[in-house]
Design a binder for this molecule. Structure first.
Ligand SMILES: Nc1ncnc2c1ncn2[C@@H]1O[C@H](COP(=O)(O)OP(=O)(O)OP(=O)(O)O)[C@@H](O)[C@H]1O
Length: 317
């Protein structure tokens, strides 16, 4: 992969007046990186993957730097009039391999996934697991610069799951990029270079790898210095961080870490401007603790441990 694949201000909705599934998505996928996309059911993960794979076009915004891409869809159309080997060989030639090279590559991948015994089986007669092995093999066959995997591990046996993890590592080691969705949070845990959560049509960059912190989250909206990165201590405290507009960041922090976050932001040089703090509903301040609408600097703010967090009715929890 020669250059970054970039999504800038990308939105997608189905139908002219459909609700926006994704809106204002900015994402850069760099060569040699592994990116995980997560999010609840129906939030738009597959929609985002299809946009990344170039199988769908955004309703607004721009996609630039499109590399040679292969994609494993969530649902693979297995009822195809080919044998497994015939199908893979055919796809290999579509990827530009000679017929002989395509047949050899097809055989290699069927063997790696433990499906060589089914090489001559018509696709329509393959079990779900074997059919999924063919789905994965067709994507790896052409050594794509970008590999997009939508729940590609689902249906694979243990050995094939491990083989796919190896194949992912090989692609990134070769300078390719891999973007994946998987329902199992343990899948390649700790390996991705970046993890993004699709939430309310937006993409939030998860700054912490591993398990998300448990417990209710306080939402802190801050404005940073132009082009500024979150202070390191603040970045460590948050569960997710999303730049909603230029310089404005929406941070979700476990309630137990919110004073650490505020202290890190307000003592940074130059300090970050805290625009609003929205505690989780069960920790909302009582009416006696009058909210401060806008906290401009450390001098406007009591020490964080004494802070009665103001509410921002405009923010989403
Ligand atoms: N081709 C389509 N036409 C109309 N609506 C669609 C289409 N594809 C997806 N949607 C809608 O877009 C929304 C997001 O769907 P998408 O499949 O991208 O989410 P997802 O996060 O991948 O879901 P899941 O985790 O269940 O696979 C859903 O409301 C879905 O019904």
């Amino acid at each position: 992969m020669q250059r970054d694949l970039r999504l800038a201000g990308v939105g997608r909705r189905y139908g002219l007046r459909g609700t926006w599934v994704l809106r204002g998505v900015d994402l850069t996928v760099a060569p040699g990186t592994l990116t995980r996309i997560e999010g609840a059911n129906g939030t738009g993960k597959s929609t985002l993957l299809r946009l990344l794979a170039g199988l769908d076009a955004p309703s607004e915004g721009r996609v630039t730097g499109r590399p040679r891409t292969a994609y494993v869809p969530e649902r693979f159309p297995s009822a195809l009039p080919f044998t497994a080997l015939g199908y893979l060989t055919h796809l290999g030639t579509v990827h530009g391999l000679s017929r002989g090279a395509a047949a050899r590559a097809a055989g290699t991948w069927l063997e790696r996934f433990g499906a060589l015994a089914y090489a001559g089986t018509p696709m329509a007669q393959l079990s779900k697991g074997s059919s999924q092995k063919v789905a994965v093999a067709q994507a790896l066959l052409g050594e794509p610069e970008l590999l997009v995997l939508d729940e590609a591990w689902t249906g694979l046996d243990t050995a094939a799951r491990a083989e796919l993890e190896r194949a992912v590592a090989e692609r990134t080691a070769a300078g390719g990029a891999v973007v994946f969705v998987d329902h199992d949070p343990r899948r390649l845990a700790g390996v991705p270079d970046a993890t993004y959560t699709v939430l309310d049509g937006r993409l939030a960059h998860r700054t912490h790898e591993g398990s998300p912190p448990a417990g209710p989250l306080t939402v802190v909206t801050v404005r940073g210095p132009a082009g500024g990165r979150l202070p390191a201590e603040a970045a460590r405290a948050v569960a997710s961080a999303e730049e909603t507009t230029a310089g404005v960041h929406r941070l979700a922090v476990p309630a137990s870490r919110s004073d650490v976050l505020l202290r890190a932001l307000l003592t940074a040089r130059p300090p970050w401007h805290v625009m609003s703090v929205t505690p989780p509903p069960d920790l909302a301040p009582t009416p006696d603790l009058a909210p401060t609408p806008d906290l401009a600097s450390p001098t406007d703010l009591a020490p964080p441990t004494d802070l009665a967090p103001p509410t921002d009715p405009g923010s989403r929890p």
